[in-house]
Design a binder for this molecule. Structure first.
Ligand SMILES: NC(=O)c1ccc[n+]([C@@H]2O[C@H](COP(=O)([O-])OP(=O)(O)OC[C@H]3O[C@@H](n4cnc5c(N)ncnc54)[C@H](OP(=O)(O)O)[C@@H]3O)[C@@H](O)[C@H]2O)c1
Length: 349
């Protein structure tokens, strides 16, 4: 590309904000120049405004940036959002109203009728919601979102199977503790234990999956008519959400059909060679005990989904396991890939 693009982060001091900072280091298109947070942090150098929770030191290229209030003013046009959900609704809207492109990881706007909930390999055409959003809201900016960290794993696992007609899904998660942010789940609760409840997560997985796998219909997305049931569990794993999936498919494909669908799956980000796109977005692992979070979540920079153990299900038709990196493909990396796709669609001009 001819000109690099300056970007900022709303909520740059938080846990997801730090993942954005890390993921954007050395990015071939985007230069991180601006960081916004609450008035507790505004006015301080980034290195003094937060405690760095990730490996290594705070990257030098951002350590001396002075954190600003999350108010429209001198921020770059393209902003990634890792805002606290209690304030994201109004703050993201204010920036879109002021003409910013807000690529958000927060849950607040995901299910709004005119807001794309994007997985670039699965539903890139849902970006066509944006012109209607701009007309309806009377703003020149835009809000585009990425899904919840477990939904992205489920939808990448199901995406290659969509042509077979998905009618029922039962998905059970084994979710890493990093998905709960910092300080997250108390160690006395999670060590050597399983917590069979994550507030709001099952509803999010069910609704978001239907929207992502739904069809763009001019001014809205018609949700996939499949019944989706999610069971969400927190387990003592650091990074990587595992999802075991049973699925009913209307066209009754064979095992070979399904394997071919997984093995041949590729999409727009790969065709356009986007900087953060994994070469193979969904990778089938042959070993009967894979994928595993500790061994596989970090592969391909954490941007691919890994599937395995495809076999017949005596209740629905087929069952298999999927794994993805929750803070990369489920958060920062997802939003950055969204922005890369938007650039190639001319939406950042
Ligand atoms: N943790 C995860 O793995 C994960 C995964 C997927 C999605 N998410 C979503 O991502 C978002 C961020 O999560 P997180 O775990 O990074 O939260 P977090 O660590 O609590 O960070 C929240 C960020 O929001 C800022 N903030 C809070 N109140 C504000 C205000 N009134 N005005 C401006 N900025 C304000 C904080 O700034 P200060 O530092 O100044 O307080 C901080 O930068 C949430 O919506 C969450 O649901 C999280």
């Amino acid at each position: 590309m001819e000109h690099r693009i300056e970007v900022g982060i709303l909520g740059g001091t938080g846990m997801v904000g730090q993942h954005f900072v890390k993921f954007l280091q050395g990015h071939s298109w985007f230069d991180l120049k601006w960081l916004g947070a609450s008035d507790r942090s505004a006015g301080k150098k980034y290195r003094n405004a937060m405690k760095w929770h990730l490996g290594g030191e705070t990257p030098e290229s951002v350590a001396d940036i002075v954190v600003e209030d999350c108010k429209p003013g001198n921020a770059p046009r393209l902003l990634f959002s890792a805002m606290d959900a209690s304030v994201a609704t109004e703050i993201e809207r204010a920036f879109a109203q002021a003409g910013h492109v807000v690529v958000s990881n927060s849950k607040n706007h995901r299910m709004e009728r005119d807001v794309p909930l994007l997985v670039p390999e699965i539903n890139p055409d849902h970006l066509k919601l944006v012109p209607g959003q701009q007309r309806a809201r009377g703003w020149k900016g835009q809000i585009v979102t990425n899904p919840n960290c477990s939904t992205v794993v489920l939808t990448m696992g199901l995406g290659p199977l969509k042509p077979f007609g998905i009618t029922k899904v039962i998905a059970t998660t084994l979710q890493a503790i990093s998905g709960a942010g910092y300080p997250g789940v108390p160690s006395m609760d999670i060590n050597a234990n399983v917590i069979p409840f994550i507030g709001g997560e099952e509803e999010k997985m069910q609704q978001e999956t239907q929207k992502i796998l739904g069809e763009f219909r001019g001014d809205h997305v018609e949700p996939l008519a499949a019944r989706v049931s999610a069971h969400c569990n927190r387990v003592p794993v650091v990074d990587g959400h595992t999802v075991t999936i049973s699925v009913e498919l209307s066209s009754k494909p064979s095992l070979a059909d399904l394997r071919h669908a997984f093995d041949s799956f590729t999409s727009v980000p790969q065709a356009r060679n986007l900087p953060s796109a994994p070469a193979r977005p969904v990778q089938y692992m042959e070993q009967q005990d894979r994928p595993q979070p500790r061994k596989d979540a970090e592969r391909d920079r954490g941007m691919a989904a890994f599937v395995g153990r495809l076999r017949e299900c005596p209740v629905l038709d087929w069952k298999f396991v999927a794994l993805g990196h929750n803070t990369v493909r489920g958060a920062a990396g997802a939003a950055v890939l969204n922005a890369e796709l938007m650039y190639t669609e001319g939406m950042l001009d």
